[in-house]
Design a protein around this ligand. Structure first.
Ligand SMILES: [Zn+2]
Length: 271
């Protein structure tokens, strides 16, 4: 009888504590902010692509900062933005991914500006935005973009050790991206398509499509991710747009509009 009373008392306590604990847990899960990692490419000794009047590292930092401000203003504490860099400093590709992974990011957006080789005859006319997700390139052009962005690792000492022998200039190295299973591809493609739509529709960039290629930063981040190429700095008209405050604002707004839509799909009950 006494034992039964104790069991009854214990189950009453558990019964009382259980739902309370569950409620607290649900509440904290609902309140956990969405973590958006913004990765302005290049920085410091690495200028990225260089045009006639501007360079990639400055343009993408400005765009990322504007985007961060827009997100902060719209969402307050509901969305936490984490920057891989917020000044003109050199951060390795692996460290960018480490920052995102440590922050437990819900989405990783790497922002870049495109260019083509100086020997390429059509380089002053080529124009348009492309948003990349991780995958095996379907064309030599896409491979070329990934090779250029990945080649930044060569600026690091001991890069071959850090990147486990990956050679950014050898197409054979890119086989690892074919073999990898990307669990986040669905969300990555969804964001890529939203951003591509806004960069072309809202920011008026020509449409160079959503594409796939093997970018190290996308491969080593453990969350949905995209790499945005805003437009071509080697095209004088596109460069004037990218280098202008208004052009940068348009690009940031385009990315923000895409993020808003993505967030609405994935956090329908959030404020
Ligand atoms: Zn770049």
């Amino acid at each position: 009888m006494r034992i039964r009373t104790i069991i009854l008392a214990a189950s009453l306590i558990i019964g009382a504590v259980g739902p309370l604990w569950a409620r607290t847990s649900d509440k904290s899960a609902a309140q956990k902010p969405f973590t958006l990692v913004l990765d302005p490419g290049h920085g410091g000794k690495d200028s990225g692509c260089v045009g006639d009047i501007s360079n990639e590292k400055t343009i993408v930092l400005n765009v990322a900062k504007m985007l961060g401000e827009m997100v902060k203003e719209a969402y307050g504490d509901s969305v936490k933005t984490v920057f891989t860099r917020n000044s003109d400093t050199f951060i390795s590709l692996q460290e960018r991914a480490n920052i995102a992974n440590r922050a437990g990011g819900d989405f990783f957006v790497s922002i870049h500006v495109n260019s083509v080789d100086k020997r390429s005859p059509g380089r002053r006319n080529i124009t348009g935005a492309s948003v990349y997700t991780l995958g095996l390139h379907k064309s030599e052009n896409n491979l070329g973009v990934a090779m250029r962005e990945n080649a930044v690792m060569e600026l690091e000492e001991d890069f071959s050790e850090t990147y486990q022998g990956f050679d950014p200039n050898s197409s054979e190295s890119y086989i690892i991206f074919e073999l990898s299973q990307d669990a986040n591809i669905k969300q990555s493609l969804e964001m890529a398509s939203l951003m591509q739509g806004q960069l072309t529709g809202y920011a008026g960039r020509a449409d160079k499509d959503v594409r796939q290629a093997g970018f190290w930063v996308l491969w080593s981040t453990s969350m949905p991710s995209v790499l945005v190429e805003l437009d071509f700095i080697c095209n004088p008209q596109a460069e004037r747009f990218l280098a202008s405050k208004n052009g940068q604002k348009k690009c940031a707004e385009a990315l923000f509009r895409a993020f808003k839509e993505y967030y609405r799909h994935h956090r329908p009950n959030a404020s």
